[in-house]
Design a protein around this ligand. Structure first.
Ligand SMILES: Nc1nc2c(c(=O)[nH]1)N[C@@H](CN(C=O)c1ccc(C(=O)N[C@@H](CCC(=O)O)C(=O)O)cc1)CN2
Ligand SMILES: NCC(=O)N[C@@H]1O[C@H](COP(=O)([O-])[O-])[C@@H](O)[C@H]1O
Length: 202
């Protein structure tokens, strides 16, 4: 059984889609959800349960900055739980080097733009879509990549794009990008764990 830990800071719609997609999967389970935000929406989603019958209940761990950056508690916990893949799904802090090195090529992230453009520090959530609109881009999309020590610079696994209209607002872009996220992230997580081939949908 392959075991996944999901990190999320906010609403958790991607985490929920992944957990729902993998409910009753014969070879993969979502073992733990972790968040740096005690008010994150993912906490309520986990409390309600995942899957069509909301019967999948996944433990949630909330941690603070001191624990995350000044202790090895999170690394120790993930190693003890024999996590095979760490999935960042709207996690908003920099993963420290110790955690990156403890899980080499075993940590992926989804970014709501076509990297390498519109990535790096400060590029998260609506800031990304505002920059895309400001630049007059006529397409955006998603990038799923391995995580290294820097923001958004890990090897790219998958990209999918969507067309934009000149009249699109950042909110319109966010909606179009979220459709791609929910469509592809669960499948890419599964393919990474099962070593299945991944092809782009640009
Ligand atoms: N070591 C890594 N850590 C993280 C990565 C990564 O690629 N390597 N990806 C991010 C996710 N992300 C974009 O996909 C991202 C998230 C947040 C930020 C950012 O600028 N954060 C702010 C703090 C925001 C907050 O406290 O709410 C900041 O660092 O000032 C950039 C990119 C997850 N971690
Ligand atoms: N740079 C990181 C970043 O901006 N990540 C983005 O945060 C959102 C989380 O939504 P969710 O909480 O509903 O899954 C997603 O759009 C994800 O791509």
């Amino acid at each position: 059984m392959k075991r996944i830990a999901i990190f999320a800071s906010g609403s958790g719609s991607n985490a929920e889609k992944i957990a729902g997609y993998l409910t009753d999967h014969p070879d993969i389970e979502v073992t733990l959800i972790l968040s740096n935000n005690p008010k994150a929406g993912i906490i309520d989603r986990a409390r309600r349960g995942f899957g069509s019958d909301q019967k999948l209940h996944v433990p949630v761990l909330v941690f603070d900055r001191k624990t995350f950056y000044e202790s090895d508690r999170i690394v120790q916990l993930l190693q003890k739980q024999e996590i095979d893949l760490i999935v960042l799904a709207g996690f908003m802090w920099l993963i420290p080097e110790a955690l990156v090195k403890a899980f080499p090529q075993k940590m992926i992230n989804i970014h709501p733009a076509l990297l390498p453009k519109y990535g790096g520090k400060g590029m998260y959530g609506h800031f990304v879509h505002e920059a895309v609109v400001e630049a007059g881009e006529l397409k955006s999309g998603i990038t799923i990549h391995y995580v290294n020590e820097q923001y958004d610079e890990g090897n790219i696994l998958f990209q999918a794009s969507c067309a934009l209209e000149p009249s699109d607002t950042p909110e319109d872009v966010a909606r179009k990008v979220q459709v791609l996220e929910h469509r592809y992230y669960p499948e890419i997580v599964e393919k990474v764990l099962l070593n299945h081939e991944i092809t782009n949908h640009e």
